[in-house]
Design a protein around this ligand. Structure first.
Ligand SMILES: *Cc1c(COP(=O)(O)O)cnc(C)c1O
Length: 409
């Protein structure tokens, strides 16, 4: 999953993303907040970026069109527009990540804009009513990027209900290896998906289980699966060494799973018609949404309290709104590099969202985006963190901030 900056091989003390556990299935079905899957036409695909591509296609985006993307973004948001043949232009955001409507208007005045992507960053829903009105006046499609906001509402509007289409990255919120969703409250989805094959199903299931085992979850299942998993590794190694010997070079084995699940920003069009795996869909159906919302909110607020008064930093958002289910906890740090390096050495999982922006997006395009990309460090607040893991995380972050503040710049 592309949500941490540490190399995937680095051993981390706590799970950077949700992992499966028995507790995930307890806690009830009724979440305090609406979700992307409520009362809408939904397609479960293998990543959020594939859903963006499908949403753009559904809006009729093609060659000669322009898609507006926030200057503060994940690089995975751009290639889906290129897949449709469109050009991308970047619009400014305000210091709190809200879309800069005046700048969007300036882009609209140039013509050619066919669709706008608007992102609820870190899970804090924006009021998109003004942008919706602007899109309606100009006949432009609105895609709500809910990759960080699977759950939530703002002023009575559920996340995903304002855009013509909405996309989600289910793998950012659920303990699954791959998954995204395309949703619409306003249009029927004319999208047919197919299974991606037994190899993919197997890989998606094993990777989700192995992620859980790596952090001490599901110990009984781990014992039961020890022998089959060892066999699987042997088979993988055999396959890899065959490929290395060149015997498979003439017909390279097709990728069993999309690169979107492996810290990559690529868009692989071979996955545009593939359904999310059986295990991912089962987990989405069976885990408790109430628990996800309640624990993410609690973990976020707990971390905010733990960092209260810490030197050289402030939370991006002063107070978690009632309608938000956070993706991560975004902290603005005055001197981010030493703090980041200290925490990296300690094995703390972090994301520096926006640290690498699309080539050409610099301070002349949007100074706020560049500043956020430079100063923001986001910490996990996902539902799978247990008491000891959260206590460890709080202590590490607090300690790094205190230590770095004690060293003169
Ligand atoms: C992660 C992300 C996406 C893409 O989601 P994937 O599931 O990784 O393809 C889109 N938009 C934003 C804001 C993201 O952070």
């Amino acid at each position: 999953m592309p949500s941490t900056t540490a190399p995937p091989s680095a051993r981390r003390a706590i799970p950077p993303v949700p992992v499966l556990s028995l507790a995930a299935f307890m806690g009830g079905r009724r979440a305090a907040l609406p979700s992307l899957l409520d009362g809408a036409d939904v397609r479960l695909v293998t990543s959020g970026r594939i859903a963006i591509g499908l949403a753009l296609r559904a809006l009729g985006v093609g060659a000669g069109d322009v898609v507006l993307v926030p200057a503060y973004h994940s690089p995975s948001m751009v290639p889906p527009a290129h897949w449709c043949g469109a050009d991308v232009a970047f619009y400014r955001i305000l210091p709190d990540t809200a879309p800069d409507l005046a700048d969007i208007q300036a882009h609209l005045a140039k013509g050619r804009v066919k669709a706008i992507l608007a992102t609820h960053f870190f899970g804090i829903p924006h009021d998109l009513a003004p942008l919706r009105a602007l899109c309606d006046r100009h006949g432009v499609g609105l895609i709500e990027d809910c990759a960080h906001a699977f759950f939530g509402a703002r002023d009575g509007a559920a996340v995903g209900s304002v855009g013509d289409y909405a996309i989600g990255s289910t793998m950012k919120f659920f303990p699954i290896y791959e998954g995204g969703c395309l949703v619409s409250h306003r249009h029927r989805l004319d999208v047919t998906l197919h299974g991606a094959g037994a190899g993919f199903e197997m890989k998606a299931a094993l990777n989700a289980l192995e992620a859980a085992f790596a952090y001490g979850r599901l110990p009984v299942l781990r014992l039961l699966l020890a022998l089959p998993l060892r066999l699987k590794s042997a088979l993988w190694n055999a396959r890899k060494s065959r490929a290395a010997n060149g015997t498979a070079a003439a017909s390279p084995a097709p990728a069993l799973a999309p690169s979107s699940s492996d810290s990559s920003f690529e868009f692989d069009a071979r996955w545009t018609d593939k359904r999310s795996s059986w295990l991912s869909r089962a987990v989405l159906r069976c885990v408790s949404p109430a628990r996800i919302v309640a624990r993410r909110r609690r973990n976020y607020q707990e971390l905010q309290r733990a960092l209260d008064g810490a030197p050289g930093c402030r939370p991006l958002i002063a107070r978690l709104p009632d309608g938000a289910c956070p993706w991560m906890f975004p902290l603005l740090v005055d001197r981010p590099q030493p703090v980041f390096e200290a925490l990296q050495r300690a094995g703390v999982p972090m994301t520096r969202f926006g640290a690498s922006l699309w080539p050409g997006v610099d301070a002349s395009v949007c100074a706020n985006s560049v500043d956020l990309g430079r100063r923001l460090i986001a910490f996990p607040c996902h539902q799978a963190l247990d008491d000891a893991e959260r206590a460890w995380l709080h202590a590490q972050v607090r300690q790094a901030l205190d230590a770095c503040a004690a060293v003169p710049a």
